[in-house]
Design a protein around this ligand. Sequence first.
Ligand code: SAM
Length: 355
Amino acid sequence: MVTKVIPIRMSGSRAAAPAFAGGPLADTRARPMRDLRISVTDRCNFRCTYCMPREVFDSSYKFLPHEAILSFEEIARLARIFVGLGVEKIRLTGGEPLVRRDVHRLVSMLHDLNVEITLTTNGSLLAKQAQALARAGLNRVTVSLDSLDDATFRAMNDADFPVAKVIEGIDAASAAGLDPIKINMVVKRGVNDQGILAMAERWRGTGHIVRFIEFMDVGSTNGWRMDDVVPSAEVVRRISERWKVEPVGANYAGEVAERWRYVDGGGEIGVISSVTQAFCATCNRMRLSTEGSLYTCLFAQSGFDLKSLLRGGASDDEMRNEIAAVWQKREDRYSEVRTAETAKAKKVEMSYIGG
Ligand code: SAM
C-alpha cells in the first residue's frame, strides 16, 4: 500500500536535481537528508569478531540470494531520486563492497549524478581494484584497519588476513589518486587499544587520516559491553601525551568525526564517538540496504521496503514521495537514548544495512 505523504513538486526530468523544489527535506528534528549509504552486498570475506562473528556468520548462514539484491541499474535509479531530494554524498559499503563483481561499473553509473562518491572497504581487494574505481569516478576511499600488529589484526578479522595486504591496498588507492585516504580503526579495550599510538605514528605525515571509532552496539550479535568501549576522549588524551594535538572545526555540518590536528604539522586524526558523544542531532544519513530497504538509523530495528515499489512498477515520482515521507517521519536518536537495555534490543546487522 502506498503511504499518504505531503506531495513534492517534481522537476519532471530524470537529470540530477540539486534539491527538491519545496526547499530542503527535513525530518521531525529538522535534520536534512544529505548523505546516502548504499550497501551493495551483505557478504564479506572477513569475519571481524565485532561485526560478523564467525559463530553466527558461518557456512550455514543464509546470505541474500542474487535475485533479492538490487541490481546496479536499480541502485542507480534510486540514487538519482535521492540526489533529487537533496543527497550530496553517496557512500558504497556493505558487507565488503569489493566482493561484489564489477563495483566500478556501479561507480561509473553514479558518477554522472555530480555528487561525491566514496566507498568503505576492508582493503583486501583494493590493490587490484583501485585504478578501475578511480577511473570510474570514485572520489575517495575509507579503509578499515584495526591494528598494525599482524597477529592482532589476523585475530580481529578472523580470516587470517595480513596487515601488509591492506597497506598495499592503501598505497594503491593513494597512487590512483583517491587521497586523502581515511583509515578507520575500531578500538576495543584489551583487544587492540594498545596499538593506538602505533596507528597514529604510522600515518602521521602521510596526508592520510586515521579515525578512531568507538566500538558500537550495532546489530545483535557482537556481544557489545560498555566496558569494551574506549572513549574517544581517552584516545585523544593518549595521543596528545605523545604529540600535541588541537581541535579543528568540522568540514561540513553533520560530519561524523571530530577532527584534531598535530600541532607540529604532522596532519590530522579523527575520533568517532557514537557511544560517548552521540551525534544524532546532526545525523543526515539515510541507508539503503542490500535488498532495497530504507533505514533512517544505523541502530534501526526495521526498514521501509522500497524494492517492492521499485519492482512493482512505481514511477520515479511515486518513489520520490515515499522516500520523502520516510524521511519526514524520521525521529531516530538512538545514540542519545542508549542504555544497557536498548543495547540488547534486536537490531538489524551492520553487514546488511551497510556500515
Ligand atoms: N567491509 C567494509 C569495511 O570493512 O570497511 C565496509 C563495511 S564495515 C561494516 C564499515 C565499518 O564499520 C568498518 O570500518 C568497521 O570496522 C565498522 N564497524 C563494524 N562493526 C562495528 C562496531 N560494532 N562498532 C564500530 N564500528 C564498527
